[in-house]
Design a protein around this ligand. Structure first.
Ligand code: GLN
Ligand code: ZN
Length: 755
């Protein structure tokens, strides 16, 4: 017998029950008891599903009403002062206030969990902060499961990861200084779990797959010397990459087991095995980050050396990471065709794969002959399927030359002819693309989807919206206009639906943050563009005005980053296919008379690998993909790009290599500090630093925006500055948009006169 394990189950529910329950509670429509009830039901259902799948080590405390990092923060009593927590248990309302803010206390910061699309609430530490056990959640949930007859393996975020991801407030200090403060709380938690009957705990330390400082390495030794003495046996979980140079450190710690991500980093098993004596190795074989059915024969072959080296009692089979990052159950997808469905596995199906592999490893392949054969067959069919191979796409990919990545003229040459053609004033004003997606817009889209509104009526509606939006921009006095993106549900889904090689699920939701879920498209085959996608809308909008209209596209890296990407070819190759499709769209927009085209790449930065050594490789192909997309046009066609929530200091030379004529960035919340790096680098092209924080309903005054522009001119020469908001306006309401844009245009006019 070989143990099978899971590291975490999607908490949101197959039908997003948790989202509905949490949002109803926030609205005041239901009470805490109802919310707790839904939580209990979901936990029970998920534990039982894992038990039914034959999983031996079933996690608990992987459930959360908002976020597992936030739960850890609450557990440690690390509640920032402004929430007025006076000791004792951190209640639901305090927890939600920390995540979402309250009238008297702004929310804590949120950021992406490693290289996933999941966002966690960033712990906020102050020098000398004191910690106290402030929740009994892990023990409560352990007991809850035990009452159902399931002895779980509770999960905690490890102290080194928790501290490493924290930010400090006030006096500067290293968060790791607080290690000695949090360790006693961890020990109390572990003791409590042991007393409740937990034999094992899983402690997640994903920072182990990143570049660690000497201080972090030391913290690992200190932390686990202490924690190993407390109650239960520890399964130390690394995931999202290879332990790499941290392998010796991790395997030396006095823990009972170590979990390895063998989906992202299958090669690390060979490095770790010689170090693993006396440990249990958890083999993270099944990909917890993607939706494809596993090649079980290949996984079995990969795992065999571990069995030979350690024996059956010292290995477990598991997913690579928590299944939080994949949809719940393929079984409820009734609109995916059988062929495509046979290539997929969601959380429930992945647990079946874990179990099959554990049995194949422990009892021999013949014990699960049927499942193994089904996996072989599905994989062979997928590899051979005509649906994923498009000879025209691969042939075209092979003909791409370095010249295809170059604009025809230098930036200076382009600037001259663009100025000549566009005749824009100094400090030209523009927006990032979308205008309010009002209730009417969403209602019309839903009605069209359901067939209640026919194509002609829907199109007429969208044209009216576009017409009104263009007229509004003219009235406001903006210099470069946009069509407003009313026809788009989402900046990736819209393009995915029009490109070949993409598929969509009905219920394939994954948690993004709190109650917010996303439903990423699946890229299963070679990508191509059967027909122009946006040209009619942009050309229509341009026909309404004599001012320059900006075509609006999503870039290849962002489309890749926000999708589940096929795993049978390098991501780089899929990205290049998307780039070629978008390049054709760019050229068609030019041919249709659009003088400017914006290619949004907000997700460029989040694609950065976790190890610095891997950055150059990623940036080389990602920036090349953008250049391939943008370089088919004449010199007098102005290429814009847009990147929000990004820092640029360590990637500025790569941003410059994108060679967009104009880049708009989110800068208002950083008080233009983000701009400094462009100035220091002598960034050669034009920049539009956002001067209106569109994440907030607040209307910035003209004076405020004038001050930001004045700051901007200190970093960047005036002739290279644009004036725009931080991001698209789709989440804002028209009254705020009108008022804010009027102030923005007035601020631009003011600095023009001053200049
Ligand atoms: N053009 C998009 C919009 O305005 C850009 C969105 C984004 O950067 N996230 O909505
Ligand atoms: Zn943006």
């Amino acid at each position: 017998m070989i143990r099978s394990a899971n590291l975490g189950f999607p908490r949101i529910g197959a039908r997003r029950e948790l989202k509905r329950a949490v949002e109803a509670y926030w609205k005041g429509a239901t009470d805490a008891a109802a919310l707790e009830g839904t939580g209990r039901e979901l936990r029970a259902r998920h534990w039982q599903a894992q038990q039914a799948a034959g999983i031996d080590a079933i996690p608990s405390n992987d459930f959360s009403f908002y976020d597992q990092m936030l739960d850890m923060t609450a557990l440690l009593g690390a509640v920032p002062e402004r929430f007025g927590h006076r000791g004792g248990a951190v209640g639901l309302d305090t927890l939600f206030a920390m995540a979402r803010g309250r009238d008297d206390a702004p929310a804590m910061e949120m950021t992406k969990w490693f290289d996933t699309n999941y966002h966690f609430i960033v712990p906020e530490l102050t020098d000398g902060m004191r910690f106290a056990l402030s929740s009994s959640k892990p023990v409560d949930e352990f007991i809850e499961a035990k009452k159902l007859g399931i002895v779980t393996r509770p999960v905690l975020i490890g102290p080194v990861t928790w501290l490493s991801l924290a930010k400090t407030k006030g006096a500067e200090f290293d968060p790791l200084d607080l290690l000695h403060g949090v360790l006693p709380i961890y020990e109390q938690i572990l003791d409590g779990l042991a007393a409740a009957g937990a034999e094992w705990v899983q402690i997640d330390e994903p920072v182990l797959v990143t570049d660690l400082t000497a201080r972090q390495q030391g913290a690992f030794a200190t932390a686990y010397d202490a924690l190993a003495k407390a109650g239960p046996k520890i399964m130390l979980a690394s995931y999202f990459g290879a332990l790499g140079d941290n392998a010796a450190l991790a395997l030396r710690l006095p823990v009972a087991g170590v979990h390895l991500d063998l989906a992202r980093a299958p090669g690390q098993l060979a490095d770790v095995l010689p170090l693993a004596a006396g440990k249990v190795l958890s083999l993270g074989l099944i990909d917890g980050r993607n939706v494809w059915r596993a090649d079980l024969s290949a996984k079995l072959a990969l795992a065999k050396p571990a069995l030979a080296a350690l024996g059956p009692d010292r290995i477990e089979v598991a997913p690579s990471c928590s299944l939080l990052h994949v949809p719940v159950d393929l079984g409820q997808e009734d609109e995916i065709d059988d062929e495509l469905a046979s290539w997929l596995a969601f959380a429930v199906q992945k647990l079946g794969e874990v179990r099959t592999l554990a049995r194949a490893l422990g009892e021999g392949r013949s014990a699960v002959a049927r499942q193994m054969a089904a996996s072989d067959k599905a994989l062979a069919a997928r590899r051979a399927s005509a649906r994923i191979h498009d000879v025209a796409v691969s042939a075209r990919l092979d003909t791409v030359t370095p010249a295809d990545l170059e604009r025809r003229g230098t930036y200076a040459e382009r600037r001259a002819v663009q100025d000549e053609k566009l005749r824009l004033p100094a400090f030209p004003t523009t927006t990032i693309g979308s205008f309010p997606q009002t209730a009417e817009v969403r209602k019309a889209r839903a009605a069209h989807r359901k067939g209640e509104l026919d194509d002609a009526a829907y199109e007429a509606f969208l044209k009216d919206e576009t017409r009104a939006c263009v007229a509004e921009q003219e009235r406001l006095g903006l210099d470069m206009l946009v069509h407003g993106e009313f026809e788009r549900n989402d900046m990736v889904e819209y393009f995915g639906e029009l490109l070949a090689g993409f598929a969509f699920t009905r219920h394939g939701w994954v948690q993004s943050y709190g109650s917010r879920c996303v439903k990423p498209p699946l890229i299963y085959g070679d990508v191509s563009r059967p027909a122009p996608m946006t040209v009619d809308w942009s050309a229509f909008a341009q026909s309404l005005t004599t001012r320059p209209m900006k075509g609006m596209l999503t870039g290849p890296v962002t489309i890749l980053q926000w999708s589940f990407v096929r795993d049978d070819q390098p991501r780089e190759r899929t990205c290049r296919q998307i780039a070629l499709a978008i390049r054709d769209e760019v050229c068609d927009l030019e041919a249709a008379g659009l003088p400017a085209i914006q290619i949004d790449e907000p997700a460029l930065r989040e694609g950065l690998p976790l190890r610095c050594a891997d950055w150059a490789g990623y940036l080389a192909w990602a920036i090349d993909a953008f250049r391939l997309t943008a370089s088919g046009v004449r010199n007098d066609t102005q290429i814009h790009t847009h990147m929000c929530y990004s820092e640029f200091n360590d990637i500025i030379e790569h941003i410059a290599r994108m060679d967009a004529d104009v880049i708009s960035i989110e800068a208002s919340r950083s008080d233009m500090e983000l701009l400094q790096v462009f100035g220091d680098f002598d960034y050669p092209n034009e920049i539009g630093p956002g001067i209106w924080d569109i994440h907030s309903p607040r209307i910035p005054s003209e004076a405020e925006m004038t001050a930001l522009l004045a700051k901007a001119t200190k970093a960047i020469p005036a002739e290279r500055l644009w004036v725009n908001p931080d991001c698209g306006l789709k989440t804002r309401a028209w009254p705020e948009v009108r008022a804010s844009l009027a102030n923005l245009v007035a601020a631009a006019k003011g600095v023009r006169q001053g200049a």
